[in-house]
Design a protein around this ligand. Sequence first.
Ligand SMILES: [Zn+2]
Length: 554
Amino acid sequence: MKFQASARKWRPQKFSQLIGQEHIVRTLKNAIELDRIAQAYLFSGTRGVGKTTSARLLAKALNCEQGPTPEPCDICTHCVEIRDGHSVDVLEIDGASNNGVAEARELIDNVQYSTSSCRYKVYIIDEVHMLSKSAFNALLKTLEEPPPGVVFIFATTEMNKIPETILSRCQHFEFKPLSHQQIMDQLQLICDQEEIKIDPGSLEEVAKNGAGSMRDAQSLLDQVIAFSGKSIDAGSVQQVLGIVGQDALIQFFDMILSKDGPALMQTVHNTTLEGKDLGLLCRDLLEYLRNLMIVKVAKESSALLDQKSCDIEALTRQAEAIHLDELQQMFQALSRAEMDMKRSSLPRTVFEMALIRMLDVRPFQNIDAMIDQINTMQPTAPASNHPVPAASPGPTAAPASAPAASSNTASNTASSPAPASPASAPVAGGGQNKWEQIKARAGEAKRIFATYLAQAEVLELSDECLHLAFPDPFTQGQADKDENKALLKEIAEAVMGSPSVKIKLDCRPASTPTPAQSDPASGKGSGSDKKKESPTEQQILQDAVEILGGTIIG
Ligand SMILES: [Zn+2]
C-alpha cells in the first residue's frame, strides 16, 4: 500500500471527528440546519488546528447531494471530489503564492460564473493575510455584494494582518490551540489503528513537540515511525526529535545543583556532537524548572504534572535542595537565553553563559534585614574612608575625630558662634564648619545616616537648636527615627559644646531654595565635601555584596 501521511490519512471527514473546536462545529452545524449560511467566513488560529479541514467540511456539508446537511454522506460524487480536492466548484487558493492584485481580479471574474454542478461555489483562501493591500481592495467589492451561491472561507494564522474592512464583512471563528491531551489521544488512536507500539513517555514527547498543532505532531509521529518501525522506544524518539530525554535532564540539573561547571560544559558539548538541538534542551530545562516549582509549591503536585514523563522522586529530591528564589532566578536566566538563542548567531554560547549564570544564583535576602545589616555595620577605617572635610585653619577647625572636650574648647573660643537666624545664610563661617563636623561624626557612627544628612539644608545651627530641612518626606522620616535623632542630638551637643541642643527635622517645601542656591559662597566647596563623605552608590553596593555574599547581575 502506498504511504500516506498521517495528517492526511487521519484528516477528519465529519464534523464529529474534528477535535477541540466544538464551539465552531456547533455554530456551523446550526447555520447549515437553519439555512443561515454567511457569504464570507474567517477562520483564524495557529497552524494545524483544523481551519482548512473545517473549510472543506463546510464545503462538503453545503454541496453534498443529500444536503445541505451538517452530516455530509462522504460517498456522493460531490463529497468525494471535494475530499480529494478535484471539485471545480470548491477552489482552494493559497494566499501566499497568489497574493497579487492580478490573481484577485482573476478570482473575482471567476466568481461571476455560476457553479458547474454543485449547489454552492466555495472559495477557500488559505493564509489570506499574505494578500497584498491592493488584492484586498479588489476583493472588497465582491465581498460587499457577492453573487448568490458563493461562499468565501478565509483562513489565517495572523489575525492582526487582516484589514478591518475585510474583517467586518466576515463571520469570524477563532480556532483554539489543541490541548496536550487532545493531541496525545489522537496520536494514541493512530498508533492503535496502525498497530504501532509506543510507550506513553515517548508519545508524550511527540505530542509536546507538536506544540499545539495536530498536523505537526502527526508529521513527527510519521518521522519516528519511519525511523524505528512498528515498535518505538524512548531512545529513537529522542534521536528523531533531537531532544535529550528525562533521565538526561535529571542528571543535567544535578550538575547545576552541585555547581559543576566543567561537567555542564562537557554535557553541552556532547549534546551538540550527538546532533541534538540546544534550543530544545533549553526549552526542556525551562519545563523542568516548572516541574520543580510545582513540586515545591503545590501540595498535590502529581495532579499538575505530566506523570508519564516526570520522575516525581527525582523532582522531589532536587526541589528540596533548592530555594524558590533560586528557581525563579534560574528561570529568568534561561527564558531570556531561550529568546536570545533564536536571534543570536552564537546560540550555543548564549546557552552556556546562561548555564554559568544559573550556577551563581542565591536566595534573595529580605530588604529590611539587609538595610539593618548595613546600618549596624562598623566602619572599618573611618580616617581613610571618610576624610575630614577640608576646612580653613582656625580656632574652630577641630578634627572630626577629636574628643568632645576639644570641641567644647573650640566652641568657647570661637569669636562668633553661629547665630540662630532664619536668614538665607544661617550657618555662616564657623557654623558651616561645625555642620561639617556633625555630618562627619554622624557618618562615622552610622554611614547611611550621613547620606540622609548630606541632603539636608541647615535652617538653624546654634547652641540651643539644630534645625534641618530635608528634601522629601522619606529622607526626613529616616532621619527622624528615634535612634537617629538621639545620635544627632548627642553629636550636635558635643560639637557645639552645649548641654542641650534641640533637634528639629522638617521637610523642605518645594518653593524653598536648595542649600546650593541659598549659600552660593560655600556651594561649590561644600558640594564636593558632601561627595567625599557620603558613600557613593558603588560603595553601598560593595558593602551589600560583602555582607550578603551576593553577586551583582547586570
Ligand atoms: Zn455527499
